[in-house]
Design a protein around this ligand. Structure first.
Ligand code: MTE
Ligand code: MO
Length: 325
């Protein structure tokens, strides 16, 4: 059953739709993807059509991937605009105002547009239970609510020249196209204290962005997204290290050139553009072969593409994943 856009009004609605994913959601996803892929590579339409909705769930073995508690998901965060201490982010992010909030989708598209957040909340929302692996070596299982990015990109009609999607986080004083955004500093700190440059930026190859597993999340555990997790709208790319999943997005621009990304700017030797989860390619300072699942004691093996190989491996055919890490 697919959740009707008109039904998404408040937290209670989110709550009542915990299991709304399942069969119905697939049809919509595939239709939207087919449309979007047409701009890029007709062969990809088939790839999307093959996908079984069960593959979006993270449990190859029953009991192996229990959902991480809401308590852990909302109190162990990386959001450097607020704090570099994971346990301090939740309290600091209380001061983020998420209204008014607009997102511009521009660049190499036929119909560039500004979307109000409330319009995006009316898109068909699905629950997606995903593994989430931070490059630092910890992981969780998150029950997101959101919609595939391709559902949004369809509306602006990507041009065939577009090869990448660039994403930008809200940051006070950085409002290039005069969006309606909250006034004031919202509790965000200077990049000097965080050791990285703000606004936080990320990027995907367009075919990655159009992949049905890549979503814009609007909720968590059936409720609206908590500030510390990137309210009101954040990217989630479950086969890539967590830092690719940029929070509190205000701009998505399609480009011909590979866009700059925050952690790659900070240290290009340690953080590549692709940053696909890969147990065989270590971080220069630590192994990526295993991870600590938050809430568990014994480390577990990290899976190639975070366990989503079947869905995404063909995006990288012919690439040397050691060089293009
Ligand atoms: N704008 C912004 N987005 C961000 C970050 C950040 O510091 N700023 N941290 C990234 C990192 S390193 C991770 S692991 C995830 C953490 O998401 P979570 O707090 O929802 O678990 O957000 C990513 N997105
Ligand atoms: Mo991370």
């Amino acid at each position: 059953m697919k959740i009707k856009s008109s039904e998404i009004t408040d937290e209670k609605t989110y709550l009542n739709r915990r299991n709304f994913l399942k069969a119905g959601a697939l049809a919509g996803t595939v239709a939207a993807t087919g449309l979007a892929y047409r701009w890029l590579n007709p062969a990809k339409i088939e790839l999307a059509a093959r996908k079984d909705i069960e593959n979006f769930e993270p449990a190859p073995e029953p009991g192996r991937d229990e959902k991480t508690s809401l308590e852990d998901i909302t109190n162990y965060n990386n959001y450097y605009e607020f704090s570099t201490s994971k346990t301090a982010v939740a309290a600091a992010a209380v001061s983020l105002k998420t209204r008014p909030w607009e997102i511009t989708v521009d660049g190499l598209v036929a119909k560039p547009r500004v979307f109000g957040i409330d319009e995006l909340l009316k898109f068909d929302q699905e629950e997606r239970i995903y593994r989430f692996r931070c490059v630092e070596g910890w992981s969780m299982v998150m029950p997101w609510v959101g919609f595939p990015i391709n559902a949004l990109l369809d509306r602006v009609e990507p041009l065939s020249k577009a090869k990448y999607a660039a994403f930008q986080t809200f940051y006070p004083g950085s409002n290039p196209v005069n969006l309606k955004l909250p006034e004031g500093d919202n509790g965000m700190q200077s990049g000097i204290f965080a050791g990285i440059r703000f606004p936080y930026v990320e990027g995907l190859r367009l075919d990655e962005a159009l992949h049905p597993l890549a979503i814009l999340a609007t909720g968590l555990y059936g409720k609206e997204l908590p500030n510390q997790n990137g309210a009101p709208l954040r990217l989630v790319v479950p086969w890539k290290y967590g830092f690719k999943s940029i929070k509190s997005v205000v701009r998505i621009s399609l480009t011909e050139e590979q866009p700059p990304t925050t952690w790659n700017i900070a240290n290009s030797r340690e953080y590549g553009f692709y940053s696909n989860v890969n147990p065989n390619v270590d971080h220069p300072r630590w192994s990526q072969a295993t991870e600590r699942r938050i809430g568990e004691l014994v480390r577990r093996k990290t899976l190639m593409f975070n366990g989503y190989s079947e869905e995404v491996a063909d995006l990288y055919e012919g690439m040397d994943l050691r060089k293009e890490f």
